[in-house]
Write a protein that binds this ligand. Structure first.
Ligand code: LMR
Ligand code: MN
Length: 430
């Protein structure tokens, strides 16, 4: 403990060790008392302040208490302000503080903490990288970009900065060409924090979008080998373990056949309501916004998302939503949506994977001209009016519409049938 003990703390190190021992044994109240009594006499003791903050943090966890967490954060921030905090303790406290601030939802304060650390250690590039990450977490992409660029100016082969800058250029600037060398070099560095599904995902995607799909699949299978993807073709990043994964599903395999039949039996009613919303003046279809299209006009009209009903939109298509309300396995699906999807001729949707393996996606054909088709892994199908096609959209899929008239479908995400009630309740929404 030499490196975290200041000269003054050295003189009271027995007391500090005793308090630490209580903390380590989980006797938090006892630890707390000891730290407090040290601080009463030595208010500038860095180790006692740090110990007190750590104890409060543990208590906050146990009691799931925000006020206690906030007190812990306040106490930890004092460790950085004390006159005599040793380097190593300063860094440990700074890391903890930024982490807890982020956890509390105070991303802006976490940024401030990293700045404070950088002020004391301007040459440690790892901290500049962490500053970049904390900017990313609050959506300040330009500031994040500058942080990673600063690192790369001083150390051009810093893998951590490379993958993050590549990620910003790919997802923020939508510039796959420029992102590829950075993502590739960063991943190949193997540096801490670079072997991450998101970077493999976007490197592969950037390669696919620039006509290098052989190389993309090399990256994807490497990602699968490293356990970052469920498989080369199933690349969702928010997964539940042990679920059956297959690209195309038959109605009987879902356990939802009766619901699918209910909707197929009423497909013309659903079609009428969907068509009624297509008028660009009065309708409320919204262009696809996830940057999945290479080209063309593709819009959606959402009825449920993240397990919640859009009351406004449902009021416009009441019969459809009344039918859907009888299908809790879909309306409660917090990891999916229910939406009309209209696709005009000329669309190409890039190959892509949905975010999660926790849902099964069913499309009910409503208006289906010749032309549009969808590939899921290696099998391409077409829609039929009044019929469902069912697939797992965590597998790679790609859509083309080379026909002459619009295509309209109702997209319904169901919970993966193997998820238990409890899992469905506890999974975070997407
Ligand atoms: C998709 O889910 O990516 C597409 O299949 C949606 C659509 O409208 O065909
Ligand atoms: Mn999709």
């Amino acid at each position: 403990k030499y490196s975290i003990t200041s000269k003054a703390d050295y003189k009271i190190s027995k007391k500090l060790d005793t308090a630490d021992t209580f903390f380590e044994k989980g006797q938090l109240d006892e630890a707390q008392k000891h730290y407090e009594s040290i601080l009463a006499k030595y208010p500038d003791s860095p180790r006692a302040m740090y110990g007190k903050a750590e104890t409060l943090n543990k208590l906050a966890e146990l009691r799931q208490s925000n006020p206690v967490l906030e007190e812990s954060i306040e106490t930890m921030s004092r460790v950085l302000q004390l006159p005599d905090t040793p380097d190593e303790l300063f860094i440990a406290a700074g890391r903890k503080l930024a982490d807890r601030q982020q956890f509390r939802g105070w991303g802006g304060k976490a940024v401030g903490t990293w700045k404070q650390i950088i002020q004391r250690f301007p040459d440690r590039l790892e901290f500049q990288n962490q500053l970049g990450v904390s900017y990313l977490m609050i959506g300040q992409n330009e500031k994040a970009r500058n942080a990673f660029k600063t690192v790369l100016e001083k150390s051009p082969s810093d893998g951590f900065a490379q993958v993050h800058l590549g990620f910003i250029i790919k997802t923020g600037d939508n510039n796959p060409q420029a992102a590829i060398p950075l993502l590739r070099a960063g991943i190949e560095s193997g540096a801490t924090g670079t072997i991450d599904g998101r970077f493999f995902f976007h490197l592969g995607d950037a390669l696919q979008r620039t006509n290098q799909s052989d190389e993309a699949y090399r990256i994807y299978s490497l990602g699968a080998e490293k356990g970052l993807f469920l498989s080369t073709y199933q690349r969702s990043l928010y997964n539940s373990e042990g679920l059956t994964g297959r690209p195309w599903w038959k109605p009987e395999q879902t356990g939802y056949a009766h619901y699918l039949k209910l909707l197929e039996d009423n497909w013309q009613t659903i079609r009428e309501e969907g068509l009624s919303q297509l008028d660009p003046k009065t309708g409320a279809f919204i262009p696809e916004e996830e940057n999945l299209r290479e080209k063309g006009d593709w819009k959606q009209f959402t009825l449920y998302q993240r397990g919640r009903k859009n009351e406004n939109n449902c009021a416009k298509v009441p019969k459809t939503c009344a039918l859907l309300d009888r299908i809790p396995d879909a309306t409660s699906c917090k990891r999916g949506q229910i939406k009309f999807s209209v696709m005009h001729p000329g669309v190409h949707v890039w190959p892509h994977c949905g975010p999660t393996n926790c849902r099964i996606r069913a499309h009910l054909g409503l208006v289906v001209p010749p032309g549009p088709k969808i590939r899921v892994t290696n099998e391409t199908r077409e829609w039929l009016e009044g019929k469902f096609i069912i697939f797992d959209d965590s597998f790679e899929h790609e859509v083309w519409h080379d026909g002459k008239d619009l295509r309209l479908v109702l997209i319904i995400d169901f919970w993966h049938p193997e998820l238990t009630e409890q899992q469905r309740r506890n999974l975070s929404p997407i």
